[in-house]
Design a protein around this ligand. Structure first.
Ligand SMILES: [Zn+2]
Ligand SMILES: [Zn+2]
Length: 516
C-alpha cells in the first residue's frame, strides 16, 4: 500500500494528459459540434479546435495561430508582383442580410419620434456588425458623413512632404552592379511616450507616473496607428502595405512592430512618426461629479441640481478642445530588411513573439503586480467609448444611455487587466498584403497534409453538413479526457504516417508552415 505522502507526490493523470495533448499540438479546449450529414442522414459529434483567441488558455491553438500568422507575414513582405484581389461572389445568406438591412432602413426612415428612431439605429448598428461577421467588408452605406464640426476641430494634415500617388503596392527593386536585384523592406517599431521614469518597466516614483495619460494613450492607440498609415502612404506616394503586431512593453504600454513592404529613408520614417498625432474629440473626463447621477424617466440627472445631464450629442456640441491628443514617443526604430535573408526570417519570428500572450502578461514580481494594479485602477474610471457608463461620473450621459448604468463597472474589454486599455486587434494586416486571407493559409496547410498522406482534398459541398452545438451535459458527448486521448492518438497516427513518407523520400515538398 502506498503512503499518503507518496500518493500526493504523484502527478494527476488528468494533468499529464493535458501536458501530452499540448506536446502533440492537440487543442485542449475543443468545442463539440454535432455534424449531420444530409447526404447520408448520419450524425456524429466532431471536436473542433477552440481556435484560441488571444485571451484563451489553449496553448496549442495559440501557437498554431502564431505560426499561421508568421506564414502570412512572410508571404506578403517582399512581394514582387501586385496581389490580385477579386472578392468572392456573395452568398445567399449575405444577400438576405442586405435585404433585411434595406427593410430596417425603411422603418428607421419612417420612425416618427426620436426614441423610436434611436431604437432602429441601434438595431441597424447591430445588423451592420452582423453583416461584417458574415464576411462582407465595409459599411453598406459607404463612408457615413461625420458630425458637422467647426473647422477648428478638424484634425490638420501634419506638416509632411507629399508625393503623387502611384497605383502600386510594391516597393522598388534595386539593381546592384553585379546584376543581382534587391528588394529592401522596412521593419519599424513605434513606441508611446514616457509617463514618468521607469526602471525595468517599473515606475521609480509611482505617484509621479502619469497613469491617466498612459491609460488614455492605450485606449486610443489603434487610432494613432491608423493616422500613421495614412501619413506613411501620403509621404511614400504608393499604397504601402503592412503587417503589424501590437505588443506589450514591460512598462505595460502597447507598442507596435510593423513590417512594411518597400522602403523609405530612415529620416523620413522618423519625420512621419514625429508628425503623426490623433485628437480625441470627447468631453473632458477629469473632474468627477460630487454625487452619482440618478436615472429619471428617460435620462440621468444630477441630484445636486435636479437637472438632466447633457446627452452625449449635446456634450459633443459644446466642445471646443479635444479631451486628449495622442502621439508616439521619440523612440522610433527603423531597420532595413532584405527579401529572403535569415535576417528577414528572424524579424518575422520576433514580430510574432508575443502573439500567444495577452497584453497584460501575468506579472512575476510584486512590484510588477502593483504597477499593473495601478494601471488597471486608472483605466477603471476612464471612459473607453461613447457608450461607456463612466461618462456618468463626469456629468455626461453616455451614448444610448439606459437605466442601470454604473461608472467603474463597464464590461468592455479595454478595462480588463489582460487588455490594459488596448481593445483593438493584435495583428493588423493591410488588405493588399498578400493574396491570401488567414483562412486560405489554413487551407494551404490542410491541402499539404492531405497530399502528403495521399488523400484527395476534395472541395466539400458547403450545404452537405448541418452543424449544431452540443451542450456540455449531452449524454452522447464523451468525457473531455476521452476526447483528448482520441485526438492525441489521431495526431500520432498521421505524424507517423508523414514520417514514413519522408523516409521513403516520397514527399519532396516541405510543409507551408508546420506548427511546432
Ligand atoms: Zn484550442
Ligand atoms: Zn468602458
Amino acid at each position: 500500500m502506498t503512503t499518503r505522502a507518496v500518493r500526493l507526490a504523484q502527478p494527476l493523470a488528468r494533468e499529464v494528459l493535458e501536458e501530452v495533448a499540448k506536446l502533440h499540438g492537440v487543442c485542449i479546449r475543443p468545442v463539440a459540434l454535432k455534424r449531420l450529414d444530409i447526404h447520408t442522414g448520419k450524425s456524429e459529434i466532431i471536436d473542433v479546435p477552440c481556435g484560441a483567441t488571444l485571451d484563451s488558455k489553449c496553448g496549442p491553438c495559440a501557437r498554431r495561430n502564431r505560426s499561421l500568422r508568421m506564414a502570412q507575414c512572410r508571404e506578403g513582405w517582399h512581394l514582387d508582383h501586385e496581389p490580385s484581389i477579386t472578392p468572392d461572389p456573395a452568398t445567399e445568406d449575405q444577400r438576405w442580410l442586405i435585404e433585411f438591412r434595406a427593410d430596417l432602413q425603411a422603418r428607421r426612415d419612417h420612425a416618427t419620434d426620436e426614441g423610436e428612431a434611436a431604437d432602429w439605429d441601434q438595431a441597424i448598428a447591430e445588423l451592420d456588425a452582423e453583416i461584417n461577421r458574415a464576411g462582407m467588408r465595409g459599411n453598406v452605406v459607404g463612408r457615413t458623413t461625420k458630425r458637422n464640426r467647426s473647422t477648428k476641430r478638424r484634425q490638420d494634415a501634419p506638416d509632411l512632404p507629399r508625393r503623387t500617388m502611384a497605383g502600386t503596392t510594391l516597393g522598388r527593386t534595386y539593381e546592384a552592379g553585379d546584376g543581382k536585384s534587391y528588394r529592401p523592406s522596412l521593419f519599424v517599431t513605434l513606441t508611446l511616450p514616457g509617463y514618468g521614469k521607469v526602471r525595468d518597466g517599473i515606475p521609480i516614483n509611482p505617484d509621479a507616473y502619469d497613469y491617466r495619460r498612459a491609460a488614455r494613450d492605450a485606449l486610443h492607440f489603434s487610432k494613432l496607428i491608423d493616422r500613421f498609415v495614412q501619413n506613411l502612404r501620403r509621404v511614400a506616394g504608393y499604397d504601402v502595405q503592412y503587417f503589424a503586431t501590437v505588443e506589450p512593453q514591460r512598462r505595460l504600454a502597447p507598442h507596435l512592430h510593423m513590417a512594411i513592404r518597400g522602403t523609405l529613408p530612415r529620416a523620413e520614417m522618423k519625420q512621419i512618426a514625429a508628425a503623426t498625432y490623433h485628437q480625441v474629440w470627447w468631453p473632458p473626463a477629469d473632474e468627477p461629479l460630487d454625487q452619482a447621477p440618478v436615472w429619471a424617466q428617460d435620462g440621468y440627472l444630477n441630484p445636486a441640481t435636479g437637472e438632466y445631464l447633457p446627452t452625449w450629442e449635446q456634450a459633443l456640441d459644446q466642445l471646443d478642445e479635444p479631451q486628449h491628443v495622442i502621439r508616439f514617443g521619440d523612440q522610433v526604430d527603423v531597420k532595413g530588411v532584405l527579401a529572403g535573408t535569415p535576417d528577414a526570417d528572424q524579424t518575422i519570428r520576433y514580430l510574432s513573439k508575443y502573439l500567444t500572450k495577452s497584453l497584460g502578461q501575468t506579472p512575476d514580481t510584486q512590484a510588477q503586480r502593483d504597477h499593473a494594479a495601478r494601471f488597471v485602477e486608472a483605466l477603471r474610471y476612464e471612459p473607453c467609448s461613447p457608450a461607456c457608463p463612466n461618462w456618468l461620473r463626469y456629468g455626461v450621459q453616455p451614448k444610448n444611455a439606459r437605466r442601470g448604468m454604473t461608472p467603474g463597472q463597464c464590461r468592455f474589454k479595454a478595462h480588463k487587466p489582460e487588455h490594459l486599455g488596448y481593445a483593438g486587434r493584435r495583428v493588423l494586416v493591410s488588405r493588399k498584403w498578400s493574396n491570401k486571407t488567414l483562412a486560405e493559409h489554413k487551407q494551404d496547410r490542410r491541402t499539404w497534409v492531405l497530399q502528403a498522406l495521399g488523400q484527395p482534398d476534395e472541395p466539400t459541398d458547403p450545404h452537405r453538413y448541418l452543424w449544431t452545438p452540443v451542450s456540455a451535459g449531452d449524454a452522447n458527448l464523451p468525457a473531455l479526457g476521452l476526447r483528448l486521448l482520441r485526438s492525441i492518438r489521431e495526431r500520432q497516427r498521421w505524424r507517423e504516417h508523414l514520417r514514413q513518407l519522408e523516409q521513403q523520400d516520397l514527399s519532396a515538398t516541405s510543409p507551408p508552415e508546420v506548427a511546432a
